[in-house]
Design a protein around this ligand. Structure first.
Ligand code: SAM
Length: 327
């Protein structure tokens, strides 16, 4: 019998799970985690790999075929390659991906590819050493670039490069980041800073509409006819189709109507919306309940997925920061 897909009260089909495997990170990006924050999940509360495998298999059975591993920094979780191998081989998981700052990717890329990972998203906000140091708390530029090149050499594809666009911080180098991506065959994705937690609210938000106009003029970009990815980015491309830029605009042009995802933290909290506090504590159910109870709890939770965030109208609503939820 084919199980019912997960559909919320607004008729949106949920087919995408973002799974945080750790809330630790080796960078301290200013817009992500508040300075000095050390509020990590207890080690004993982390979902084990067996619990992660179980929960992913239940989601997959309910039609959630797309899974992204994230964090914190997912490559800091010991045994990550084994987890990737298990999830990549899992029936019902059709698209497994990973978001990383790539500082550890040079030593992991080939093993991740061999384990069954196809694609990777790398976060990099600047190609200027001083800017990276200032924004991320240390100079991680060389490590990230080495990780990116290792991913390319390993055949991970596509490689998407995520850049949070910040007014007065990196807005002057978006063109050079686009040129860098076009040269190496990476897909650039520009992201508007979201007011998540005090760190996100302090970020120098830059709406992307003028940036898009600027890039369209400079690189003669046209909107992509075909949808790329299944996520919220709206893509534009060069005339030969070889250079692509995605614009992720949660504030200036939100995409809640087509939201298809939920997020699971490292300690087993299922968040139904990035910008609201609606959640389900799955860990107690995973540790004390059967599969049927888990599935029906997930179904009930998904049904009450909120319509969308209130980032523009109520920017102080979300207290948790991105690294806690799993970006
Ligand atoms: N460490 C991994 C990485 O760097 O991709 C995964 C976790 S990180 C939280 C995921 C993404 O969230 C990164 O691309 C980061 O730039 C983005 N992010 C963090 N805080 C954000 C915010 N306030 N607004 C928009 N994007 C944010």
């Amino acid at each position: 019998m084919v199980p019912e897909p997960l559909i919320d009260h607004h008729g949106r089909r949920i087919d995408y799970l973002r799974l945080s495997v750790t809330d630790r990170c080796d960078l301290r990006c200013r817009y992500c985690r508040p300075a000095g924050d050390a509020s990590y999940a207890e080690r004993s509360d982390w979902l084990s790999f067996a619990e992660i495998r179980r929960v992913v298999s239940l989601f997959a059975a309910m039609g959630v075929g797309r899974v992204r591993l994230t964090g914190g920094e997912p490559l800091l979780r010991a045994g990550i390659v084994d987890l990737v191998a298990d999830l990549a081989a899992m029936p019902g998981v059709s698209d497994l991906s990973l978001s990383t700052n790539a500082t550890q990717l040079a030593r992991y890329a080939a093993r991740l590819k061999a384990a069954g990972l196809n694609r990777v998203n790398v976060s990099l906000d600047s190609l200027r050493r001083e800017c990276v140091s200032e924004l991320c708390g240390r100079d991680s530029l060389d490590a990230t670039l080495a990780g990116l090149m290792a991913a390319k050499a390993a055949g991970l594809a596509p490689i998407k490069l995520n850049m949070v666009a910040l007014r007065g911080v990196n807005d002057g180098e978006i063109e050079s980041m686009a040129a860098f991506c076009f040269e190496h065959g990476f897909i650039l994705r520009l992201i508007e800073a979201m007011p998540m937690g005090e760190a996100g609210r302090a970020a120098a938000y830059l709406p992307l509409d003028t940036v898009r106009a600027r890039l369209a003029r400079r690189f003669k970009l046209q909107p992509c006819a075909a949808e790329l990815g299944g996520g919220p980015a709206r893509y534009w491309q060069t005339a030969d189709g070889r250079g692509q830029v995605g614009f992720i605009t949660p504030l200036s042009l939100h995409f809640c109507a087509t939201c298809n995802r939920v997020r699971l933290t490292v300690d087993g909290t299922l968040y139904l919306c990035l910008g609201q506090e609606h959640k389900l504590e799955l860990r107690p159910l995973l540790r004390g309940g059967g599969d049927e109870a888990l599935c029906s709890a997930i179904r009930r939770a998904v049904a009450r997925k909120p319509w969308g965030h209130d980032f523009a109208a109520a920017p102080s609503r979300v207290l948790r920061f991105m690294s806690h939820t799993g970006g």
